[in-house]
Write a protein that binds this ligand. Structure first.
Ligand code: MG
Length: 392
């Protein structure tokens, strides 16, 4: 049993949407194919992944460091003999050879994307969905294949006013979602509050059905001003007010802003998450911790982070969610029993959303127990590009 080749390519997201900090017109992502010599249904098993959204393609690092370290390793050293499958922990360790501690985002996205593609292959070899393969190893009996999903939306876009914002948000409710999130911080605060009140009205004036995301775009004074303005609405959460490493300001906000805060998608390691819960004022099982698995070294590393959180009183089912609305985050959330999962319907072209036939009912999505792997095969446009990468 052997990984015979790992290929990657960069694909543009082709989006003009904007958050508080930047637009996505230049954004790219890396698609990865991990090709094995294991045969299922008469063909070699191939695992796929992409590096989520919001961080650029990172093919140069993969080609120069991470891919050769796996291909050049003794194949037997990468096998889990007991399960007759690849060993994701050994493959992660192989990619980490020669890497200096710290500076995690220098490598965590490239390593994590390859690692998640390995999990797609592992689950296909076991002929089970990825969430089940993940739960079997890290969360036995605790998978949540009936997963609550909310929409990360409410984007800014050229020429988009409140009527267009409401059209966007109404579209999500019509799809079956019940909880929405909208961007703030990309307009003057008075305008953002007008936008917020319009959307709140749409979701039934219940703050629990609406979260906001400032994408780290606010100055400390603006973050305090938004906290003051948002507090009366008792929103589901107030996400990333400011720089992801400004733990002092997060502590200050947590002392004055009573409803939940959320952050973590721009931290990439267990140590960073430990610093956040130790020094960032985060309130266990009240605030929300966000992790983007393909950008944070992948599934094994996220499972280890969750184990660390358990030891400090944080429950994964009430306070941890993945960043990124895609099949990968969905399976990882379901496998590790996270609180909920994000969704980006129609936002980033073929990288948007879940299986083409996914149905959202009262905010819940049932994962198909009979579809092996992460299930990119059920996203026709994306799978066409992925399978092209692994053909010939
Ligand atoms: Mg966010």
């Amino acid at each position: 049993m052997q990984i015979t080749d790992i290929r990657e390519t960069a694909i543009p997201l082709n989006s003009n949407l904007r958050n508080a900090v930047f637009d996505f017109s230049q954004m790219t992502t890396s698609i990865v194919a991990v090709i094995t010599d294991v045969i299922r249904d008469g063909k070699p098993v191939v695992g796929y992944a992409f590096n989520s959204t919001g961080r650029y393609a990172c093919g140069a690092q993969m080609r120069s460091r991470f891919i050769p370290r796996i291909i050049d390793a003794d194949p037997d050293s990468l096998i889990d003999e007991a399960r007759d499958n690849f060993n994701p922990e050994a493959i992660l360790a192989a990619m980490m050879q020669g890497e200096k501690p710290g500076g995690h985002s220098d490598r965590s996205v490239g390593i994590g994307t390859i690692e998640v593609a390995v999990w797609d292959a592992i689950a296909k070899i076991e002929e089970k969905p990825a969430y089940q393969a993940i739960a079997d190893r890290y969360n036995p009996g605790g998978a949540k294949p009936d997963m609550f999903v909310y929409v990360g939306g409410g984007w800014y876009a050229p020429g988009k006013g409140i009527p267009e914002l409401l059209d966007e948000m109404r579209g999500y409710l019509d799809m079956g979602y019940t909880q929405l999130k909208m961007k703030v911080g990309g307009a003057p605060i008075s305008e953002d509050i007008e936008r917020l009140e319009a959307v709140l009205n749409l979701v039934g004036n219940d703050g629990w059905n609406l979260a906001v995301d400032a994408n780290c775009g606010l100055t400390p004074d603006e973050a305090r001003a938004y906290a003051g303005a948002l507090a009366p609405y008792k929103l589901r959460w107030y996400e990333e007010p400011t720089d992801p490493l400004d733990y002092a300001l997060m502590t200050e906000l947590a002392e004055t802003y009573e409803p939940p805060l959320a952050t973590g998608e721009n931290l990439f390691s267990q140590q960073d998450m430990r610093n956040l819960i130790t020094f960032g004022g985060m309130r266990p099982n009240h605030d929300v911790l966000q992790i983007d698995p393909p950008q944070s070294y992948g599934v094994v590393a996220v499972a280890r982070t969750i184990e660390m959180l358990h030891g400090t009183g944080w429950a994964v089912g009430s306070s941890v969610m993945p960043h990124g609305g895609n099949q990968m985050s969905l399976h990882i959330a379901a496998g590790l029993g996270m609180l909920l999962c994000e969704s980006y319907p129609n936002t980033f072209g073929m990288f948007s959303g879940f299986a083409d036939d996914a149905e959202i009912i009262d905010g819940y999505l049932k994962l198909d127990p009979d579809r092996p792997g992460i299930g990119f095969e059920s996203q026709a446009d994306l799978y066409e590009v992925m399978s092209e990468l692994s053909s010939n």
